[in-house]
Design a protein around this ligand. Structure first.
Ligand code: AMP
Ligand code: ZN
Length: 468
């Protein structure tokens, strides 16, 4: 399997640190509002990468953070007259609902910055002790000149950057020794959340959180670090500087970055105001349409959002679902069970579609070509499966379509009935846990349901639930 590594600028053969295992860290959203579909792009493409690794037999440990302390969160809290943690809590819950609705699986761990402050203070202290960081009036900076490798990910010309230094200095940071130095710890301002530290009360900079959480949950060296391409510089460059200077070990072996989701050829972003939230799109479309739309392009190609492309993704999804519906009808209608010799020979073709799918995904996760293999399979199903076919043959064709769809996180068959039964069972378990006063278990079940996209309401008539 080959992956394009931003660090080396070429596709490299993937060799895991530990055979059969993959450790992945994906930078998550800053939670001050509903996520938009630009934010959804890394979620969908790296969830797909994770699913594909699992399909190839790897055990994946997938960590993705929530940035829950940040200027934007504080600003939103001040506007609404509530605390920053209330804002963060609310939008983490909303983000998890959106993820479930897009069939993005919850990470193995979803750490939050505010719960990792101790680890951040410890790493900052270690960087100061080792001479890589310095403190000025309650602010701690990383000294980029002390790191001979600084700039190796983004391949930027540091002299040029330093030459144009004024534009890099944010007001209040004039005390920096070098324009490229960045903040590890900043002193509190009135009305802001803060924590005690050896450098006074304050809060951590943004970059340090990912270095600390990646090390805590995955170790000093990880297989894959990923995020949107706007994170290459400075965020990921700074993460590498902090982690490698502190830990004296390579931080990540492969750096994966998705290109932007654009609208009218401009990056979709909150600050430009040219965004659609996942929630808004979910009101108009099944979010499986959004997922298929995202995967119809290679993750490193810019993707322009348009109603036309969404309609075309919708038609494509319907085409596959109709084929599966037809196979279900045939399964209930056909007469013979056993596969004929001719059908057994045709199974080779099915194998061929799977090989095409694998070749595409092995080539730097080419989901566009992988989808083409699924469409070939669907065409084959429409042409070859009919009332004369055996149940075994139709079952095998259907299973193959569903299996490849699942690797991409696409659901081609509605499983409402079986899901309903599972949900009812979990609700019963929760009620029993509550009766036994095991509230931790009851809460865990409620959260698990939320992750599945099911919301519970405790009413006088009993527990009600609905899909979100
Ligand atoms: P943020 O909350 O802005 O830190 O973004 C969270 C994630 O979404 C990061 O990995 C960003 O790179 C990514 N992201 C933000 N906007 C876009 C976009 N328009 N297209 C693709 N990825 C994006
Ligand atoms: Zn990060």
């Amino acid at each position: 399997m080959r992956l394009y590594n931003t660090m080396s600028k070429v596709k490299e053969e993937f060799v895991p640190i530990e055979p059969g295992k993959v450790s992945m860290y994906v930078c998550g959203p800053t939670v001050y509002n509903y996520i938009h579909i630009g934010n959804a792009r890394p979620m969908i493409v790296f969830d797909t990468a994770r699913r594909y690794f699992e399909f190839r037999g790897y055990e994946v440990r997938y960590v993705s953070n929530f940035t829950d302390v940040d200027d934007k969160i504080i600003r939103e809290a001040n506007e609404e007259g509530c605390s920053a943690s209330e804002i963060a809590e609310r939008y983490i819950a909303e983000c998890k609902k959106d993820m479930a609705a897009m069939n993005v699986r919850p990470a193995t761990v979803h750490p939050r910055a505010t719960q990792e402050i101790g680890g951040m203070i410890e790493m900052i202290r270690s960087l100061i002790d080792q001479g890589y960081a310095y403190e000025k009036n309650g602010t701690v900076y990383f000294s980029t000149r002390k790191d001979p490798d600084y700039g190796k990910l983004s391949h930027k010309n540091l002299d040029d950057l330093r030459g144009g230094s004024r534009s890099l200095l944010v007001s209040g940071e004039d005390e920096k020794e070098d324009p490229l130095d960045f903040v590890l710890w900043k002193p509190k301002k009135e009305g802001e959340p803060y924590w005690d530290s050896p450098w006074g009360q304050g809060r951590p900079g943004w970059h340090i959180e990912c270095s600390v959480m990646a090390r805590r949950y995955l170790g000093p060296t990880i297989d894959i670090h990923a995020g949107g391409e706007d994170l290459v510089f400075p965020h990921h460059e700074n993460e590498i500087a902090q982690s490698e200077c502190c830990n004296h070990a390579p931080f990540a072996h492969y750096w994966l970055h998705n290109a932007f989701l654009n609208i009218d050829n401009r990056k979709m972003s909150k600050s430009l105001g040219n965004f659609f939230t996942v929630r808004e799109i979910g009101e108009k479309y099944d979010l499986q349409v959004l997922r298929l739309f995202m995967l119809s392009a290679h993750y490193r190609s810019p993707l322009n959002f348009s109603a036309e492309l969404m309609e075309s993704a919708k038609t494509s999804l319907e085409r596959i679902r109709n084929a599966v519906d037809n196979l279900n009808y045939l399964l209930s209608a056909v007469a013979s069970d056993e596969m004929t010799e001719a059908e057994k020979n045709k199974m080779e073709q099915i194998n061929g579609f799977e090989q095409k799918f694998i070749e595409a995904m092995d080539d730097d996760l080419n989901t566009a070509d992988a989808l083409a293999a699924i469409f070939d399979l669907v065409r084959f199903a429409n042409a070859e499966a009919n009332t004369e076919s055996s149940r075994a043959f139709i079952g095998a064709v259907k299973a193959e379509i569903l299996k490849l769809g699942d690797v991409l996180g696409l659901i081609f068959e509605k499983k409402e009935d079986s899901l309903d039964a599972e949900v009812e069972k979990m609700i019963e378990e929760r009620q029993e846990a509550r009766k036994a006063k095991d509230y931790a278990k009851a809460d865990a079940i409620r959260q698990k349901l939320l992750d599945m996209g099911i919301e519970l309401k405790d009413t006088r008539e009993g527990v009600k639930w609905n899909r979100i």
